[in-house]
Each structure stands twice: as C-alpha cells, then as structure tokens.
Design a protein around this ligand. Structure first.
Ligand code: 1GP
Length: 248
C-alpha cells in the first residue's frame, strides 16, 4: 500500500495529486527519463507509464528503468493489457474497463496479469476505468460503450458499481489527446456519489492549469496529463502551471 498511501496522503495534505503519463511508444527510454526529471522538477507527484498500443515488453521495461534512474518519483504502470507490465515498476493501476463490451478488458487480462504482479511484488492499486466520449484510442482499443458527455448519471452508475465491488480509485477518461475533457458536471456527480474515501482520477484532454483546477474544484482528487508534456518545450514550466493550479 506504499504508493497508494503516499498518493492518499498528498490528497489529504495538498488537496490533489498530479500524475504525469508517459507513453513508452512515443519516445526513447532516455527521452522519457529526461521528461520525467523535468516533470519531477515541476512538482508532479508520480509518473504513470503506459499506452493503448505498442507499450509492451522491453519498451516498457527500458522506459521504467530510465525513469527510475532519472528521478525519485513512484512509477505506476498504466497497462492496456497484461503485456504492459514491468517488474521494475513500483505499482500498477490494477484496473478493469468497466464499460467495455469485451471481457478481455474487464477480467481476462487481469487474470493473466495477476500472477505476474504477485510474482514480482508490484503494488496493485485497485482502479475502475470508465471511458467517456470522445474516448480516443483507449475507447477504441478497449471496445468501450462510451459514456455520453451529457449523461453523468451513467458515469455515476458505473462509479458506484466500482465502489461496491471494492475498487479504491475511479478513473474518468476522455481519451488521450481528447478535444474535450470530462465535463465538470460529471466529475462533480461522480465524486458526490462515491464520497471521500473513493478517489476520483480525471484525465484526457487537460492541457492547462485552469481546466485542471475546474475539475479539482468539482471533486477530482487526481489529475492526469500526458499529451501536453510531449508537445511543450518547457515541460517543467507546464507542470508547474498544472501543479500550482490544483494544489491548495
Ligand atoms: C490518457 O488521461 C490520459 O490516458 C492523459 O490524457 O494525453 O490528453 O493528457 P492526455
């Protein structure tokens, strides 16, 4: 529970957590290490490693190792399937794509991956993954029945189901690079329903401090940004903007 406890303590103390997502398929491991170091200097709380396609095997392994030698932050795997696991990561978001039509993304990959997580002592952090319109590659790969943006009740229903199944974190995902992030009304409705104990993560299409802040004000406990880090020259400055906006 080390990484999960750490994240929860940051939420208690600072109001919210910022997570930087690096896709091992988007750059070399060395470049990922440098980006993680810059994000660390900017004040991000942990690095997530994963991606919908191509983030498997040695690509993930080398990226995790490069990040770990570049900074002291926890590295949390964010795998699309069991092939996205790496024994050197500190933790894994052990997740089920709640609104998938495909059993592979609900329980089969979890069954394939669980013995690997067990064998290597990777900390599993129980998480429900709920994909909202537009959904991006995550929605397509995971065959998600996308939650319409104007139907917060449907997101609430899945979030409550996840809570009652014992999941600790709920991730509302609009898809990497989404042109519209998860609506604040949906974040607020989900947080109100699941309560303090169950943490709400929001990601997809968040590119600036204000957009992140609005979602934290609505009830998000953690904000994930990925694409923007790949697009800006000043990674440290961009992360500082996001972190300063969401921390109380
Ligand atoms: C994707 O929610 C994450 O899984 C991050 O999205 O790349 O749009 O920041 P972005």
């Amino acid at each position: 529970m080390e990484v999960e406890d750490k994240l929860n303590r940051i939420i208690d103390k600072e109001g919210a957590v910022h997570l930087t997502l690096l896709d091992p398929d988007s750059q070399t491991p060395q470049a990922a290490g440098k980006m993680a170091h810059e994000a660390f200097l900017g004040g991000t709380d942990a690095i997530m490693v994963g991606g919908s396609m191509g983030a498997t095997g040695s690509t993930v392994e080398q990226t995790v190792l490069a990040i770990k030698s570049a900074c002291d932050l926890p590295v949390i795997l964010f795998p699309a399937n069991a092939a996205g696991l790496s024994e050197n990561a500190d933790a894994v978001f052990f997740m089920s794509l709640m609104n998938s039509r495909d059993v592979n993304y609900i329980t089969t990959n979890q069954a394939i991956g669980a013995p690997i997580v067990y064998k290597h002592g990777i900390e599993p952090i129980s998480m429900a993954y709920i994909v909202i319109e537009p959904g991006g590659a995550a929605g397509w790969v995971g065959d998600a029945r996308l939650i319409p943006r104007n139907k917060p009740k449907l997101a609430v229903a899945y979030a409550l189901a996840a809570k009652y199944l014992g999941m600790h974190y709920i991730y509302l995902e609009a898809g990497s690079g989404a042109d519209r992030p998860v609506p604040v009304e949906m974040v607020a409705a989900v947080k109100k329903a699941v309560g303090e104990q169950t943490k709400v993560i929001v990601g997809g299409g968040i590119r600036d401090g204000n957009t992140a802040k609005e979602r934290v004000k609505a009830g998000a406990d953690m904000i994930v940004t990925g694409t923007i880090v790949e697009q800006v020259d000043n990674i440290r400055g961009k992360i500082e903007e996001l972190v300063n906006a969401i921390k109380s």
